[in-house]
Design a protein around this ligand. Sequence first.
Ligand SMILES: Nc1nc2c(c(=O)[nH]1)N[C@H]1C(S)=C(S)[C@@H](COP(=O)(O)OP(=O)(O)OC[C@H]3O[C@@H](n4cnc5c(=O)[nH]c(N)nc54)[C@H](O)[C@@H]3O)O[C@H]1N2
Ligand SMILES: Nc1nc2c(c(=O)[nH]1)N[C@H]1C(S)=C(S)[C@@H](COP(=O)(O)OP(=O)(O)OC[C@H]3O[C@@H](n4cnc5c(=O)[nH]c(N)nc54)[C@H](O)[C@@H]3O)O[C@H]1N2
Ligand code: SF4
Ligand SMILES: [Mo]
Length: 664
Amino acid sequence: MQGWRMARTACPLDCPDTCSLEVAVEDGRITRIDAAPGNPFTAGFICAKVRRHDRRVHAPERVHTPLIRTGPKGAAEFRETSWDEALDLVADRVRRALDVDGPEAVVPYLYNSSAGVLARGGLSVDLWERLGAVDVEATICASTADAAWAQVYGTMPSADPFDLDHGRMILVWGANPGISNTHLLPLLDRARARGATLAVVDPRRTATVRRADLHLAPLPGTDVVVALAMAHHLERAGLLDRAVLDAHATGVEAYLAAAAEWSPERAAPVAGVAAGAIVELAEAYATTRPALLRVGWGLERNRNGGSGLLAVLALPLLAGQVGVPGSGVVASLDSPVRRPRAGLRQPDGTPAALPERTVLNMNRIGAALVDGDGGARPTVLFVQGANPAVTAPDQLAVLAGLAREDLFCVVHDQVLTDTACFADVVLPAPTHFEVTDLAPSYGTHTLQRVEPVIARVGESRTNDEVAAALAVRLGLPAEPFDPDPERLLPAAVASGEPPTSEDPVRITAEPGTRVAFRDVFPDHEGGRARLHDPASELPLPRYRPPADDRWSLVLVSPASSRTVNSLFGELDASPAVLALHPDDAIGRGILDGQRVRVFDDRVSIEVPCRLDTDLRPGVCSLPKGLWRRRVEAGLTANAFAPATLSDLGGGACFNDARVEVAPA
Ligand SMILES: Nc1nc2c(c(=O)[nH]1)N[C@H]1C(S)=C(S)[C@@H](COP(=O)(O)OP(=O)(O)OC[C@H]3O[C@@H](n4cnc5c(=O)[nH]c(N)nc54)[C@H](O)[C@@H]3O)O[C@H]1N2
Ligand SMILES: Nc1nc2c(c(=O)[nH]1)N[C@H]1C(S)=C(S)[C@@H](COP(=O)(O)OP(=O)(O)OC[C@H]3O[C@@H](n4cnc5c(=O)[nH]c(N)nc54)[C@H](O)[C@@H]3O)O[C@H]1N2
Ligand code: SF4
Ligand SMILES: [Mo]
């Protein structure tokens, strides 16, 4: 590919925006990446990370050929090898494990949330399903929020981000669009310029909070009592919209009975906010019409995550904020990992013929690797599109598991990640600039074509190609595993034709056409929202105090502008910094810039500390997605994150980490 040209594609990274990209290619290398026109949500700009994505595509860390381990586990010593040797070895070890240890000892850890539909939900999923290997549930992100949405609203689609143009009030709850959903910011600014009120519920003063009229900074994990107290106040102040509740909700009295236990005065000390601030927010939300709620994932990542979401998602009905443009909820439009797989299990695979599989919650991967976590101890781990050494909870257990001499570990990735350092076999994967795929958006209504704008770097193979090659070696029929994307793409699109190179951006719903309880309704009985679901594991929201109160600081690990999860983490070598509120520093004798020890009873790390008034007292922060090299001990925030599960959907509890901090 000699010469200079412009090419067009889309960004399928795990980010709600799903930008349309214009890429300059010179002599086969990417030299510039910017926003492409034609996408109403993302035209104009892209994030700084992806503007420099070429540094990763053409990075020295890129894996170019399959690798086989030559040194001790974790030492990252490998020799290059051929695909045939690597695949024969992997297939042989998988076959042996299936026969000798049983399918429950073969663990495919597939996530691929930063890749297109085929890479995520394609043949790889089919392969492990057919082999009867362990079914690793993708619970590390959004599973709590998705379960809560399903409980309250069923399959009802969420509002469109462009509905912000109609809201007189925007309530952002547990989301940080300035970092993780940047194309929402211009819409928030436009709403502000029109005179709309902006309120934010977040323990930190984010860039969004700095634009806001109202800010409530509850302690992480206490959203449930804040939202129930808002509901309680609406009832006692006569601000409930009884007509809307009668028409569109069930379980109202049970919900209000749960809320009756949480007056703002009782909720205030639990959440660490003023009762008056809860009342003010409740009244503003109920009386400014229309008001639009934007919920993020910040409130799901703790023991009360399901309760928090159930309580918050009821507010639009209680306040009657439904039925007109600019009301309702902007949530995840399409969950990052639940992508259309219908049709991909073709052509001969009927679900009935599939073997029974053991289920493993992804958040328990550490315990599972170490001792089986109550089930079989894995002997084969196949990691694809994930970096659990730095993204899963209970990092000590994950690293101990990865270091097991008797675990055969395969990692399929683009670069030598912290997880790949432990692999017996590393397989090179292409970036999305090298493949054909589809990128659906979970933050706006688009479906786009992902194009190969450059040739494959090195000998990389797609997830589907690897699945196809392993399927043949493991005795499965070749035809259903044909990895040609042009064959698979139409099957991945639920309705209509997939977008084409000539027409790469498909708008899947026009703004203003999915107004809740006007155009779209829950698929529950009577088209009603369920505020109480007796059939659920969590029928009503409820508050549970922290399980462990020995350590006084909550450690949160929010998304940072430098990485998407841990992707791009290799490009930053600076030491990780702990952010701490000055009030928490003074009593501990900690000065700005000083080295501190962050510890609990199992883990101790040393990092520089930055005093930061943007945090609320009682909460400290390390970014999510750090690579191990960023901290001397090789342990990140995930070492403090418990592998406990949320109260709904088995979700991760990263923000239930509790630590103490002292001068180093
Ligand atoms: N640049 C960038 N963009 C990303 C990502 C990234 O890593 N980097 N990750 C992508 C992915 S995978 C996801 S899931 C989304 C996440 O998108 P967001 O949900 O916006 O991101 P988070 O940073 O997880 O959390 C949002 C906010 O919740 C706050 N928070 C923490 N705990 C609580 C709590 O208990 N209650 C409340 N009310 N707020 C709380 C945090 O302080 C944070 O400001 O972003 C996506 N976009
Ligand atoms: N402490 C803390 N940890 C967290 C969170 C938190 O809030 N706090 N949040 C969590 C969240 S929201 C998420 S979504 C998870 C994400 O957790 P992971 O999915 O484990 O993390 P990523 O860093 O996104 O890893 C994706 C990897 O896939 C590779 N990749 C990209 N495309 C392809 C492809 O097509 N094929 C293959 N084979 N590989 C590919 C990338 O190079 C990258 O290394 O992390 C969680 N971890
Ligand atoms: S990571 Fe998000 S903001 Fe950045 S280019 Fe991709 S879709 Fe756009
Ligand atoms: Mo996520």
